[in-house]
Design a binder for this molecule. Structure first.
Ligand SMILES: [Mn+2]
Length: 409
């Protein structure tokens, strides 16, 4: 059985108001072609299909067009999708009745039955053309309300572990010898490395990182989503984040964006291959490292390739780093003017204090947009109270931040 693992597409994402539709379309076309070419039996999408709970018509069109195109390109492929924290569980689930007829299984949120998790609906068993059977534990992003009441408040890690344990137990009770278990999850695991800017900390940050023991020895592969940097968890090669297929912030420009292709044989992981996703749009930094005085930076910007060299949807995203000793009110205008007629889309101006000024500077020169909600919250707290804010308060704050991001703009 040959399985392809991907996650964190964030369809509908914008980078400083610039649409990513062209990049997403290019990625999905490449993905469908790769699945056809490599004769993939099953596609796993481990959450955050969409960037927001209310995806635009264009984002939904990308999603449904991909599924239709995939059906034509690779009629054999089974698709299993779980919801991530950015997805609306209900919205992702809504087209399920139609999609299940096309061999697309969607588990947007943890299904419930008589007040308990409906284990049967998150277990998908798939038999390949040559008779090999694989069991998928398709567990979506778990919210506190999905956990047993005794765990939800005091010990959410145990609550998540309990959900997985229950599902694995039901699979073990049904599977025959030599049939593999594959787990899916959209969660943050201990030892996972986080992107600086684009991954919102969940459940109050690292305190709820989950231990790798959630996936016991008999799990042949764990297909994870949530972290945008592709990585194996700890030393376990088969517990993996595929990472996002495109950079979702400037800070992610250097990630090796990829999908993971693996093969199961006799219930075990037999082969694992990383496939690099072609980069449709470059991310350019001026200068490549460090920063330049304003005049020199503007000169470099004016020397960028002219806009006629590429269609606008392929103009690189640009970060420019400028040395500034004091505020420069017309900075934005000067940079924008220098970019007139250039093939570049300005995403970020980084202001850097010249080395000679650092010693006597009262505070770091940072743009307001460089602060995370968490930092602002902590700064506000420290103005009034000693020490760090209590964990419960931080968790509650992050839940609110997360909820606001789920709302329609
Ligand atoms: Mn996520």
């Amino acid at each position: 059985m040959r399985i392809l693992h991907t996650s964190d597409w964030h369809l509908g994402h914008t980078l400083r108001d610039f649409s990513r539709t062209h990049e997403h379309a290019a990625f999905l076309a490449w993905l469908a072609e790769t699945i056809r070419e490599r004769a993939v039996d099953m596609l796993l999408v481990a959450g955050d299909v969409f960037d927001t709970a209310n995806p635009s018509a264009a984002a939904q069109e990308l999603w449904f067009q991909f599924l239709a195109k995939l059906r034509r390109a690779a009629p054999q492929v089974r698709v299993v999708v779980i919801g991530g924290n950015h997805d609306s569980a209900a919205r992702l689930d809504a087209p399920s009745p139609i999609l299940s007829a096309m061999d697309v299984t969607i588990v947007g949120g943890l299904p419930r039955k008589a007040g308990a998790p409906d284990v049967a609906r998150v277990v998908v068993d798939v038999t390949s053309a040559d008779g090999e059977r694989v069991w998928i534990a398709a567990v979506p992003f778990l919210r506190l309300s999905d956990l047993a009441a005794e765990h939800a408040l005091d010990d959410p890690e145990r609550g998540v572990q309990a959900v997985y344990a229950e599902i694995f137990a039901s699979i073990r009770a049904r599977r025959a010898e030599g049939e593999a278990i594959v787990a899916m999850g959209h969660l943050y695991m201990v030892e996972g490395r986080i992107s600086e800017l684009s991954e919102r900390k969940i459940l109050g940050g690292n305190q709820h990182a989950l231990p790798a023991e959630i996936f016991p020895e008999d799990v042949a592969y764990a297909a994870l989503g949530h972290l945008h940097l592709a990585q194996a968890v700890g030393a376990r090669e088969h517990v993996r984040y595929s990472g996002s297929p495109l950079p979702l912030s400037i800070a992610e420009a250097h990630y090796e964006h990829q999908v993971v292709l693996f093969e199961l044989d006799q219930g075990r992981l037999a082969k694992l291959e990383v496939l690099a996703v072609p980069r449709e749009v470059d991310v350019v930094r001026v200068p490549a490292r460090g920063a330049l005085p304003l005049a020199e930076a503007l000169e470099k910007l004016r020397a960028l390739p002219p806009s006629s060299t590429l269609p606008p949807a392929r103009w690189p995203f640009l970060e420019v780093a400028i040395e500034l000793a004091r505020p420069e009110p017309t900075l934005q205008t000067q940079v924008t003017d220098a970019l007139e007629g250039r093939a570049a889309r300005l995403v970020k101006i980084t202001r850097v204090l010249p080395a000679s000024e650092v010693a006597r500077a009262p505070a770091e020169l940072r743009a307001l947009t460089d602060f995370t909600p968490d930092e602002v919250f902590r700064a506000r707290w420290s103005k009034q109270f000693p020490g760090d804010p209590p964990d419960e308060l931080l968790a509650a704050f992050h839940e609110i931040v997360d909820a606001t991001s789920q709302e329609a703009p």
